[in-house]
Ligand binder design. Structure first.
Ligand code: PMP
Length: 424
């Protein structure tokens, strides 16, 4: 099973040789952007000669592009188990998708109107769009069960339009029980949006089955190239909100001083659509849908637990988690993300050492989640290793070896700090 998962990301895409061809580069930063799967790279080559402007020409290439683009919506809807009438809107990324939804919420005081509720564990993309609207921010407790209880009392305190929650934390990798949260929101007459930027590349999502109203994710974390994302969900708010981009394609009729906007996805897709982005995102979704979910989950889980055990065995290394019940809470667990810090070492400098000495790429910093990092007691940041299909046990072992060497022997004496980075 592991060989099949490794083969999905071709060796040349996943692991370029660096350091003069001496070393296989180990990419442990999948949560930022995942390497393209081979089938997507091939598909891109296949459709590249045909791409043309979508919806805007009668020519052969334009017709092909239009059909590829429209079909991509159906593939994405199937991939996340969407309802037949859910709108599938292509956006630039998750950030764009969540900002789009924020512009479509009912007015406070109108039917369905109310505050937006969000937790302090969110990525800024699922926090800042709501902070600009009537909102209530909620501090998560140290268990999922208690966090749900805190949310329950917030719902009871006044009308809520929307609960905005992440499907899996980009900082700790912990998964939230979205079906239970959807039921909670619905019991109080509210809707739920799930930021699935991290969940969609790691777990199969059942939008209709879980009752989630809106879902957003990005192509570049789903083993597709950059530049495309998706918002999928109930069409009524989306058809009455202001268009995401004012311009060509988003309209029914334009007069010199007035406009009647289109309904459906076109309303929010002003300008020439990114057909290659949508098509490759959909193709990546098809590849993931073809993987055996159990094998895929076990592969990531075995890498995660090997890495956590290896790191926790190194003196001064601390692995960070949010919830004490994330391992056993129904529907939860963790995706392939491990967050840690090394006592006495600045995260940025440690990451630079791991890159220069061990050819391992990890992310350091505050992960666009400043409130969460503050609450984890890490105001100046930490380190994050993240992986997925195509990752190998030897990759996480190499990271652990690098961390152990740093702790036991320190950086090589000839390292200097240059503009905040260690360079040999
Ligand atoms: N939400 C989460 C949980 C994320 O991890 C990210 C990306 N780091 C985003 C939203 C934003 O994604 P994008 O940059 O593709 O808009």
């Amino acid at each position: 099973a592991d060989q099949a998962l490794l083969a999905v990301v071709g060796a040349d895409l996943q692991a370029p040789l660096i350091q003069g061809g001496q070393r296989r580069y180990v990419n442990l930063d999948y949560a930022a952007s995942a390497p393209a799967v081979s089938a997507v790279a091939d598909y891109l080559q296949e459709i590249l000669p045909y791409y043309a402007s979508v919806h805007r020409g009668a020519g052969f290439a334009s017709q092909i592009s239009t059909s590829v683009y429209e079909n991509a919506r159906n593939i994405v809807r199937d991939f996340v188990g969407g309802r037949p009438d859910d709108a599938v809107i292509f956006t630039r990324n998750t950030t764009d998708a969540l900002n789009l939804l924020a512009r479509c919420l009912p007015e406070p005081g109108s039917v369905g109107g109310g505050d937006v509720l969000y937790l302090d564990i969110e990525h800024h993309a699922n926090l800042l769009p709501w902070q600009a609207l009537p909102h209530r921010s909620v501090l998560a407790a140290d268990s999922i069960a208690e966090t749900i209880a805190v949310l329950e009392s917030e719902f009871a305190a006044g009308p809520v339009a929307l609960l905005a929650v992440t499907g899996a934390s980009n900082v700790t990798g912990e998964i939230l029980p979205i079906a239970e949260l959807a039921a909670l929101a619905h019991r109080h007459g509210a809707r739920i949006v799930v930021d699935a930027a991290q969940l969609a590349p790691h777990r199969r999502i059942d939008l209709a089955g879980s009752g989630v109203d809106y879902l957003a994710f990005s192509g570049h974390k789903l083993y597709a190239p950059f530049g495309s994302g998706v918002l999928i969900g109930r069409p009524d708010w989306l058809d009455s909100g202001l268009p995401n981009l004012f311009g060509g394609g988003a309209v029914r009729e334009v007069r010199l001083d007035s406009v009647s906007w289109a309904d459906g996805p076109a309303r929010h897709e002003g300008g020439t659509p990114n057909v290659l982005g949508a098509a490759t995102l959909a193709h990546a979704a098809e590849v993931l849908a073809g993987l055996d979910q159990t094998d895929w989950q076990q592969h990531e889980e075995s890498l995660r637990s090997a890495l956590v055990s290896a790191l926790e065995a190194i003196p001064g290394v601390q692995v960070h988690r949010l919830f004490r019940d994330s391992a056993d809470y129904p529907g939860s667990g963790s995706i392939g993300v491990v967050n840690f810090s090394i006592e006495g070492y600045d995260a940025g400098l440690a990451a630079a050492f791991l890159s220069a000495e061990f050819a391992v790429g990890v992310r350091d910093g505050r992960f666009c989640a400043h409130p969460l990092l503050r609450r984890l007691g890490l105001p100046s940041g930490s380190l994050r290793a993240s992986f997925g299909v195509g990752s190998r046990l030897e990759d996480v072992q190499r990271l652990a070896d690098g961390v152990r060497q740093l702790v036991e022997t320190g950086p090589a004496a000839d390292y200097v700090v240059d503009a905040g980075r260690w360079v040999p």
